[in-house]
Every structure is written in structure tokens, then in C-alpha cells.
Ligand binder design. Structure first.
Ligand SMILES: Nc1ncnc2c1ncn2[C@@H]1O[C@H](COP(=O)(O)OP(=O)(O)OP(=O)(O)O)[C@@H](O)[C@H]1O
Ligand SMILES: Nc1ncnc2c1ncn2[C@@H]1O[C@H](COP(=O)(O)OP(=O)(O)OP(=O)(O)O)[C@@H](O)[C@H]1O
Ligand SMILES: [Mg+2]
Ligand SMILES: [Mg+2]
Lengths: 229, 229
């Protein structure tokens, strides 16, 4: 469960302070499926980075499963990210010098496990197949289309079967049909218990979620349940 | 005017040949406003790169304003790109070590002109203001949101007032309202004579165009006028 209390994030660029996130208090319970929406620059990615323990707030408190994230050391944060979180970045952030398959396998290599390399490779290939890219396993990111890179990033976020998936515009580069295939995967994972928080700017995609959180100028201005579909 | 005749683009990755574009013949007249749509991996970006003289076809002929592009030298191609084309990349491709303003100014610095540095700076600031980012002029790309980076890429493509704008998913990271602001800018430029070819996966955005070209597996499978709005 995610509990944000009075979270601020202020960036200092030279003389100017940019208040990217201002006084956000938010609770997300296990098994929820929420969309985060709002204008470009309203603070969505910054909020996701704070929730994903990739950045520290300037003020406020963040409890993840009851643990005060602000009190964790760098290595403890890294362990939390690897074991409990899956993150799809807005810019994908794939490693350019390793293949699609190796990119997907990376979280598995970093997590404690009793499996051999062949089992990890099998799981990575299964994750790639799930997003329709089994035949692109050996391609490098520069040899993939924009939407293919995005799907590799999605496969990488899911391969560790995280309890919490944070996805920043996961369908931004996908055609309608491929987007719906991805949303069907997310819905199935949510049905089985995965908590999902995803940024999207498309209302048709947000309709797959059960809760809509809207941001403006760093604040949460609305937070409501989506009527039953 | 763009004239593609039997264009192929084949990528060789190891033993496998990927036919990214297959036998595409296409004519785009001056002043047209066309959308390029199709599934992820269907060849849209590859086609745009070929039209934008950023890549050479494996087979076929490409006439740009009557000139055979395949016969041009590297420096002539570079001149064509700088003077006649504006390109918005799917991945933005901003220079990470220069500010938003300097990124937008770059095409002006490379083109022949009689203006002083102050005039170039004024034009770059005007281009940034047009996409709503005058107050982000000094930020570096890493200090901008995804949608802000996308808008800087759009401003950069427009600052040289090109005859032809090639935009690959220019609203992919923008909320609905900001997307419509960008489409209004494009419509106005098209009304004044700019030829625009843009890749989009969103039908609501494609509706602003007057022609819809659809790709599948490297081929153009449909090409029709959009009914009058
Ligand atoms: N350098 C490369 N080497 C090998 N294959 C490549 C290379 N670049 C692209 N491809 C392949 O060519 C095909 C077309 O890619 P392209 O980027 O044109 O697709 P796209 O229609 O723009 O897709 P998207 O909507 O996902 O951006 C894809 O299947 C991709 O894997
Ligand atoms: N490192 C930084 N330094 C200064 N300002 C920053 C930095 N990173 C982000 N910002 C600013 O913080 C604000 C919020 O950025 P954020 O990336 O969270 O927006 P967003 O809602 O994700 O936008 P988009 O929909 O365009 O992706 C933006 O106005 C941006 O310019
Ligand atoms: Mg963002
Ligand atoms: Mg593409």
C-alpha cells in the first residue's frame, strides 16, 4: 500500500524554484488500478518517480507497505525497487548496448532467486512473447520501432512479477489495437492482485482503470472512482 | 512535392532481413496535410526517415521537388534537410547538453541567413513561446517533462519555417488540450502553405488532416481523403 503525506518536490534551476509536486497526500491500497492524468508539466512523472523510490521528496512522508521510505538507505531502496516494483519509464530507458531479451532479463539477474540462467532466459522470452516481440529478442533498441521499444520496457517491468506496477505513458507510442492488447494484459494482472498506477493522457485508455487521479500544477485536483464498466 | 516510386528499405540483422518498407509508391503535393497511421512496427518511422533524407532506400526512386534524392551527395542532402525540411522525431532527439532555447536555435545557426545572433535568438524564443514554453528556455532536456521535450522538438522543427514538416508522433506525450493546441498551430501553418506529413496513432488527431495513409507490414494498404470537416 502507498501512503503519501504532504509530499513536495521542488527543483532548483539556478535562481528559479520549480514546484513540480506540491502538498500531495494520497493513499493507494493493494489491488487498486488507478490512472494518473493531467496537463503536460503538471507533475505526473515526478510523482511516479517519488512513488517508485527513484527520487526523494523535498518535504512530506512516504510510507510503502508501512515502511518509511525516507528512512531507507540507498541499498535498501534499491532492494525495494527490485523486489516490489516494476517501472515503465516515459522515455523507456532501455540499455542501448544490450539486446531486447537481455534488457528484459536484467531485473531477474538483480533479484535474489534460486533459478538457473536457462530458467531466467525462458521467463524473459515469455515476457517478450506476451507483448508480441518474441521475434525481436536479438534486436538492439536502435533496431526497434518506438512502439517496440516501449513494449520491451513493459516486458522488463513485468518479468519480476512485481506487487506494484508503475507505468508512465505505457501506450503513448502504440497504435490503438496494440494499446488495447497491453491494457488487457494489465487488466488480467490486476485481476490476479497486482496494484497498478499508470500515467496516461488518453481517456479511452484511462477507462480501463477503476480510479482517476488528476493533477494540475503539482497538485492533485481530483481523485474519483471510475463508474463500473 | 514528394514522389516515391517502388521504395524498399531492408535492414539486415545478422542472418535475418527485416523488410521495414516494401514497394511503397506515393505522391504528396505541396500544401497537403496527411496522416500516416498503422500498427506498431509497420514501417511508419522508416518511411518518414526515407522521406526526410535521413536514410537511403534499399531500392526504388525518390524525387523531392523533381530532384532525384538518391543522386545527391551527403552535403547536398544535408543542405536539403536544413533548408526545406522540419523533422519532429518520435524520440525527440534533443541535445542533452544544451538548453531548450539553444536546441531550438540550432537549425537557424546551420542555415544560410543574413541575420545577427540577436534576431536568431528572438525567433527561437518566439518558437518556444508558440508551444507554451517561453518560461522553460534555460532548462536542459533532463529538466523538462516528456511533453515539454516533445514541444521543444516541435519548436525546433518549425523555427526555420520549412516548406515541408515531417512529424513522427508529435502529440504522443501530450495531454488532449495541449495536443489540440499543437494541431491548431499545424493547421494554421498548413493554411499558409506548409506541407505536413505526420505519423499519429490517435484517430482524434488524424481527423485534423485531410488525407489518411495507412501502413501494414511495410506496405501502404490504404490512402484516402478525409471527408470535409
Ligand atoms: N536498424 C534496424 N535494424 C533492424 N530492424 C529494424 C531497424 N529499424 C527498424 N527495424 C524494424 O523495422 C520495422 C519498422 O520499424 P518502424 O520504426 O518504421 O515502425 P513504426 O511503424 O514507426 O512503429 P511504431 O509505431 O512502433 O513507432 C520494425 O519491425 C522494426 O523492428
Ligand atoms: N530536473 C528538473 N529541474 C527543473 N525542473 C524540472 C525537472 N524535472 C522536471 N521539472 C519540471 O517539473 C514540472 C513537472 O514535470 P513532470 O515531468 O513531472 O511533468 P509531467 O506531468 O510528467 O508532464 P508530461 O505529461 O509532459 O510528461 C515540469 O514543469 C518540468 O519542467
Ligand atoms: Mg511525464
Ligand atoms: Mg515509429
Amino acid at each position: 500500500v502507498i501512503q503519501l503525506e504532504g509530499i513536495d518536490k521542488i527543483y532548483q534551476t539556478g535562481e528559479v524554484a520549480v514546484k513540480a509536486v506540491r502538498g500531495v497526500s494520497l493513499t493507494v491500497k493493494p489491488g487498486e488500478f488507478a490512472a494518473v492524468m493531467g496537463a503536460s508539466g503538471s507533475g505526473k512523472s515526478t510523482l511516479m518517480n517519488l512513488i517508485g523510490c527513484l527520487d526523494r521528496p523535498t518535504a512530506g512522508r512516504y510510507l510503502l507497505d508501512g515502511e518509511d521510505v525516507g528512512a531507507l538507505s540507498k541499498s535498501e531502496l534499491s532492494r525495494v525497487r527490485n523486489q516490489r516494483l516494476g517501472f515503465v519509464f516515459q522515455g523507456f530507458n532501455l540499455l542501448s548496448r544490450t539486446s531486447a531479451l537481455e534488457n528484459v532479463e536484467l531485473p531477474l539477474l538483480y533479484s535474489p532467486h534460486g533459478h538457473g540462467r536457462r530458467e531466467l532466459r525462458r521467463r524473459s522470452l515469455a515476457a517478450l512473447a506476451q507483448v508480441g516481440l518474441a521475434d525481436r529478442a536479438e534486436h538492439y533498441p536502435s533496431q526497434l520501432s518506438g512502439g517496440q521499444q516501449q513494449r520491451v520496457a513493459i516486458a522488463r517491468a513485468l518479468v519480476n512479477e512485481p506487487a506494484l506496477l508503475l507505468a508512465d505513458e505505457p501506450t503513448g507510442n502504440l497504435d490503438t489495437r496494440t494499446s488495447l492488447e497491453i491494457m488487457a494484459i494489465f487488466q488480467e494482472l490486476n485481476r490476479k492482485g497486482m496494484t497498478i498506477l499508470m500515467v496516461t493522457h488518453e481517456p479511452d485508455i484511462a477507462r480501463y482503470c477503476l480510479r482517476e487521479i488528476t493533477m494540475r500544477d503539482g497538485q492533485v485536483i481530483s481523485d474519483q472512482a471510475v463508474p463500473d464498466r
